[in-house]
Design a protein around this ligand. Structure first.
Ligand SMILES: Nc1nc2c(c(=O)[nH]1)N[C@H]1C(S)=C(S)[C@@H](COP(=O)(O)OP(=O)(O)OC[C@H]3O[C@@H](n4cnc5c(N)ncnc54)[C@H](O)[C@@H]3O)O[C@H]1N2
Ligand code: MOO
Length: 420
């Protein structure tokens, strides 16, 4: 079988659809205090028990006025003060205004707040306004203008972060129903692998993939069960598979999914479970295995990433991340591929969608452009470290040129959008 043999390979879309369909059941639900819910996925929609703002209040430091008081004069006396947390109380006689600070409740009957910069304080303490410039309702934040009480503010399936937590806190939501963390086991397989810091013998390399996989899993909020480096030995691999099956919700491996003589991963998966597919027509990442371990009672899903470091990262982003999102109950929006113009010619790959590493910039005309981040080999870590996006290149039509000229539109997925 050649390195370009893609017979029986699924397209990326087919593989993604298969994963979404196979992994529709999310982990269990638990109740957490809001302070511990960062990064968790909401299991239930949240309904507002309060309006926001909770009361009409000032948006500026200044003076609360009634417009009728300013019909015949531009000068008002001061009736009192309103602070955030200490409302104005007492009488508000005609012909007067109330000094008010940002966030303070506006006194009953106030029709506008005038910024202090627009008010002149006279020697006798009275305040002079410019009535023609005052709009009814200005600088008053109305009760419920942001959130109406009883409305659904967050849908189930949202992941809670710095954007959502303040909304829930403002609504005095002290506890939330969230999915428990997904526990993901992973190991690296290969006799050549050594742990970071160990001396390297002939032909040995550092197990670098685990630093990408652990980092990606942690950023998704998964609990990581690190099973270490497993040699190319069926008995050791079998035991690691079975441990993951007992202790985790999913298993990720890297290496050993291709066709080499020491590539046992797929073979063992057939013995301990079932392989749903193991080839996807993408570059990098053609050998990617998905299946289930069926020895245990739960049938945990298994993702076999290719050993090449770039292939492992790219298949994680394109296939594993959305699959884990299903298991987390996270309604992960599909990637937003953006149009960009190629800065220089790019080489296309027959038969496979190619996901090259690129660097984005905006040219002098304001157009988004993408340049290659460097060497595109599946084991090349420098261009991966330098890149800020994936560039999606469709295969050339039969007989067409394998070179895409400069200035052509391609689709890019910024790494920041991919959670990197
Ligand atoms: N005859 C064929 N050979 C290969 C094919 C093929 O279709 N036919 N596919 C190639 C492609 S594409 C890829 S990708 C690799 C994937 O192979 P495996 O998943 O079986 O991975 P290994 O053979 O174990 O390793 C490949 C490469 O990656 C290095 N590696 C492995 N694990 C790690 C790790 N944890 N950290 C860093 N680097 C790692 C390993 O040393 C190899 O250099 O197969 C091609 N071959
Ligand atoms: O398809 Mo492999 O993943 O290029 O190196």
């Amino acid at each position: 079988m050649s390195g370009c043999d893609i017979s029986g390979a699924l397209s990326l879309l087919e593989a993604q659809a298969h994963l979404t369909e196979a992994l529709s059941t999310a982990v269990a639900v638990e109740t957490l205090p809001l302070a511990e819910a960062q990064g968790r996925v909401l299991a239930e929609p949240v309904t507002a028990g309060l309006p926001l703002p909770g009361f009409d209040n000032a948006a500026m430091d200044g003076y609360a006025v009634r417009l009728t008081d300013l019909l015949t004069t531009d000068t008002l006396t001061l009736a009192g003060k309103a602070f955030a947390g200490a409302p104005f109380i007492g009488d508000w006689p005609a012909g007067s205004c109330v000094r008010i600070m940002t966030g303070a409740p506006v006194p009953e009957g106030a029709e506008a707040v005038v910024m202090q910069e627009e008010v002149q304080i006279l020697a006798d303490g009275r305040l002079r306004f410019t009535p023609a410039t005052i709009r009814p309702g200005q600088h008053i934040r109305r009760q419920g203008e942001d959130v109406a009480a009883g409305s659904v503010v967050l849908a189930a399936g949202l992941r809670l972060g710095a954007q959502q937590l303040p909304l829930l806190a403002a609504l005095n939501v002290a506890q939330v129903q969230v999915r428990r963390p997904l526990k993901v086991a992973f190991f690296s397989s290969g006799d050549e692998l050594r742990s970071l810091g160990e001396p390297l013998g002939p032909g040995q390399i550092v197990d670098s993939n685990r630093y990408a996989i652990a980092c990606l899993l942690e950023s998704l909020g998964c609990e990581v069960l690190d099973l270490g480096i497993i040699p190319d030995d069926p008995a050791a691999l079998r035991s690691a598979f079975l441990q993951a099956d007992r202790q985790a919700d999913a298993l990720i491996t890297s290496g050993g999914v291709s066709v080499g003589e020491a590539d046992y991963t797929k073979e063992l998966l057939s013995e301990l479970g079932e392989v749903a597919f193991w080839k996807v027509a993408i570059k990098p990442g053609k050998p990617f295995a998905f299946g289930r371990l069926t020895r245990g009672t739960r049938g945990i899903p298994f993702f076999g990433l290719p050993g090449n470091p770039v292939s492992a990262l790219v298949t994680f982003l394109l296939l594993v991340r959305p699959a884990l999102a299903c298991l987390m109950g996270w309604q992960l929006p599909p990637p937003r591929w953006l149009p960009a113009l190629t800065q220089a010619p790019l080489r296309l790959t027959p038969g496979r969608q190619d996901f090259q590493r690129g660097c984005l910039f905006v040219d002098e005309d304001g157009a988004l452009r993408v340049a290659s981040a460097g060497g595109q080999g599946s084991a090349m870590l420098m261009s991966l470290a330098a890149a800020d996006c994936l560039v999606r290149l469709d295969p050339p039509a039969a007989g067409a040129s394998r070179e895409l000229p400069a200035g052509r539109r391609v689709w890019v997925w910024p790494f920041a959008e991919a959670g990197l």
